[in-house]
Write a new protein. Structure first.
Length: 767
């Protein structure tokens, strides 16, 4: 709301903006436009016509915000944009095109000129070729300091104790260049050279100009000798490598240098009257085109909150509260995209269309459903290659593991219910698992079923260490096989290790029992929660043999109880996981030390169980592929663990993470654990089950079609909706045999009518 149009009157702010990039200039223009009485000065160390990089891509969402906040800038941008819809992916001589994406770009220099003109017209002072005064001096002489001074922010360094920056340098090198023609699409091209894989990211930004970014792993960059090339030599080498994409045309640089991308995260974005925006506050990899977008959106939010809030501290707090979730989501997507390109060579053997689909969905923001809306012809061809009959979503295609054919790719993930008595599953388990079997999933897994009384997590955990328990489980499997024929039911066998003898989850998770505790055993005598948890006994030779026999006896009972699949629980810090992780295995005998030693006992148990389990029934293993703690299992070790179990006969690896040590810091987010499954599947060629915040059927279809997993296990969605799979089928219009509605439920097989809901109003209206 411009000054003078509201009821509030406040002293005009003296504003200093450090950095004359798009974010800083736009913040300056907005702050001045909203209150012409403000004194706004921009310090820019470079000359007006100095710029780095070439084209800038802005989304429709960002443009909409600019249009609302400053129509003059929006009109100027609209007159300059180059627009296109297609993405071309070129791999091994095949070009795949996906349409309907909608991009808009212009030259970075022209963008800056537009913002310079707007700032001058509003009365903003821009001091070119001028270093900003020290941060403390600016803060003392101004009411507001906007630090838009980029990834190398001096302001951030000056107050590092407050902002608490964390900067991660990544594994690829890249260089920004320009081509003297306009690509007719956003182009990704892969070059497999004698030195390794290189990739080109290219897009038009003018009638006769395109941005070209060449990227490769650090070791490829060094092997190719590009680390010893100056700008001219690098430009010429890149033009030769991608001569086909460029049509033999040259590339040019602009103070271009090879660099490694750095992800910037700050714990705080403001200190006193100083606030960070854009790359000073956060960075997101260029492969999702987010840097300028985030900076401009920061400027919009900052200006809006300064206008709306009663004072500056409230405005800065509101700005950060509003933007931080958006930025965190973007950074997660950017990290997924960045990591995809870092391990690009892992996907080179995929069929061309699957490779293209995988690339397009790499950030997890673009999904199967998004692509179908944009280009149904493209997704149809990818689905046909995957083996989908006409109209069948990927999630409803079958999968065979040994003698078991799963009718679809949905798994009800193991979920501890803590509702057994003396290890015996009762009516609750019959209804719980039976309902989810009726709900259409291809495979329903039990909770972790304990192999001994002392191997339980809580007194409410189920077991398979008595005949009574086996008979109770037979009741469950019989119900599933009779009432939901075609649904498989699997059992997960495990031993709590050092995490046992605790209260029911809702009475105090990981808290010791107030009385009646049983003795614990583990790989090493380390309590789960020092000072709280019981100290377990280290298993000796006799103890190891006894535990191994408990697993084999439980496997025999599981077979007689009618389970279709068995899973060995080697994750989440329970007994076998405790042997695998270096954080929990401190043994000095042959069962500790190196990964080979740490694998020894879990593999012995696996072999013993596999020998007891019927040969035509599959056996899987759940692992924690990351401990999310320093010194824990690494991604490379997770691949080695999966390789070892596969070599011993595991039919699939169920890839989870964490819960090994209480001090873990997981990188939570949508489908956050799937990259670990993805790597194991594509590096080893082993079937995998992906888990972890997979919440929608669109996610399931996307992961399957991209070749990142073979099955998707969902837990909380099945607690929310036992008929999640049937509802997914109905919502996609699928009525085939992979998701049959039970006859008594068939009347509900179409979604109910819903009332009208109005779309939300735009967040920012500053006109």
């Amino acid at each position: 709301m411009p000054a003078g149009t509201g009821e509030r009157t406040r002293p005009a702010l003296r504003v200093a903006v450090v950095g004359g990039g798009p974010g800083g200039l736009y913040a300056a223009a907005l702050l001045k436009r909203l209150d012409p009485a403000r004194s706004v000065t921009v310090w820019e160390r470079n000359a007006p016509d100095d710029t780095f990089g070439f084209g800038v891509v802005l989304s429709d969402e960002t443009l909409g915000g600019i249009e609302q906040a400053d129509p003059a800038v929006h009109r100027a941008l609209q007159a300059e944009f180059v627009r296109w819809d297609d993405i071309d992916i070129v791999h091994r001589g095949t070009t795949l095109t996906s349409g309907g994406h909608g991009f808009a770009a212009l030259g970075r220099r022209r963008l800056l000129e537009i913002l310079h003109e707007r700032c001058r017209s509003l009365g903003v002072r821009i001091r070119f070729r001028a270093e900003a005064p020290p941060p403390a001096e600016l803060a003392a002489t101004h009411d507001l300091v906007v630090a838009a001074d980029g990834v190398h922010s001096a302001t951030r360094r000056a107050h590092a104790d407050v902002f608490a920056p964390r900067i991660t340098t990544h594994r690829c090198r890249y260089i920004w260049l320009s081509a003297p023609f306009a690509f007719d699409a956003f182009r990704f091209e892969i070059a497999e050279t004698e030195h390794g894989v290189m990739q080109l990211h290219g897009y038009p930004y003018g009638p006769a100009a395109s941005t070209v970014i060449v990227e490769m792993r650090e070791e490829v960059w060094q092997a190719a000798g590009l680390d010893r090339c100056d700008e001219k030599e690098s430009t010429e080498r890149c033009a030769r490598i991608f001569a086909g994409a460029l049509g033999g045309r040259p590339l040019t640089g602009n103070n271009s240098a090879w660099t490694a991308f750095r992800t910037v995260v700050n714990d705080r974005w403001s200190h006193g009257n100083t606030v960070l925006i854009g790359d000073a506050a956060h960075t997101a990899h260029f492969s999702i085109g987010s840097g300028t977008k985030l900076a401009v959106e920061d400027a919009l939010a900052l200006a809006a909150n300064i206008e709306e809030q009663p004072d500056l501290p409230s405005a800065l707090e509101a700005y950060e509260s509003e933007r931080r979730p958006v930025v965190a989501s973007t950074q997660r997507a950017a990290a997924a995209s960045l990591e995809w390109f870092e391990q690009l060579d892992m996907y080179l053997g995929q069929p061309p269309r699957q490779f293209a689909f995988n690339l397009l969905t790499r950030s997890r923001r673009v999904t199967h459903g998004n692509l179908r809306l944009r280009d149904s012809g493209f997704t149809d061809t990818v689905e046909r290659d995957f083996g989908c009959p006409d109209g069948t979503p990927p999630m409803f295609t079958p999968l065979r593991l040994r003698g078991l054919e799963l009718r679809n790719r949905v798994v009800v993930s193991p979920m501890d219910m803590y509702s057994a008595h003396d290890g015996v599953p009762g009516d609750f388990h019959l209804v719980h698992l039976g309902a989810r079997a009726l709900g259409g999933a291809g495979l329903v897994m039990t909770e972790m079923v304990c192999v001994s009384a002392d191997g339980r997590i809580t007194p409410g955990c189920t077991g398979l260490y008595t005949g009574e328990q086996a008979a109770a489980w037979r009741r469950v499997t019989s119900f599933v096989h009779t009432q939901s024929p075609g649904t498989a039911v699997g059992v997960q066998l495990g031993h709590s290790g050092r995490k046992g003898s605790t209260r029911l989850m809702w009475d105090g998770m990981d808290e010791p029992l107030p009385e009646g505790n049983w003795p614990l055993s583990a790989a090493s005598p380390l309590p789960y929660r020092p000072g709280v948890s019981q100290i377990p006994a280290e298993l000796d030779g006799a103890g190891l043999a006894a535990v191994r026999e408990e697993f084999t006896a439980a496997a025999r009972r599981a077979a007689s109880a009618g389970f279709d699949l068995i899973e060995l629980h080697c994750a989440h810090g329970y007994l076998l996981s405790g042997f695998l992780s270096p954080l929990t295995n401190r043994r000095t005998d042959g069962y500790g030390g190196s990964l080979r030693g740490r694998l020894r006992f879990p593999l012995e148990v696996f072999d013993a169980v596999r020998a007891e389990w019927p040969g035509d029934r599959p056996m899987t293993v759940r692992i924690s592929a990351a401990d999310w703690a320093p010194g824990g299992t690494t991604p490379d070790e997770a691949v080695a663990i999966a390789r070892a179990f596969a070599a011993h006969g595991a039919d699939a690896i169920d890839v989870s993470t964490g819960q090994v040590v209480p001090g873990e810091k997981p990188a939570y987010g949508r489908s956050y654990q799937t990259p670990f499954a993805d790597r194991i599947r594509n590096e080893l060629g082993v079937p995998v089950i992906a888990v972890g915040a997979i919440s929608s059927w669109d996610d399931v279809n996307s992961l399957l079609l991209a070749g990142r997993t073979d099955l998707c296990a969902l837990a909380r969605p099945h607690l929310y909706d036992p008929h999640w799979t049937l509802h997914a089928a109905a919502e996609q219009g699928y009525t085939g045999p992979a998701a049959p509605w039970p006859l008594p439920y068939r009347a509900g097989s179409r979604p109910p009518m819903t009332g009208r809901t109005d779309a939300p109003k735009p967040r920012l209206t500053l006109m």
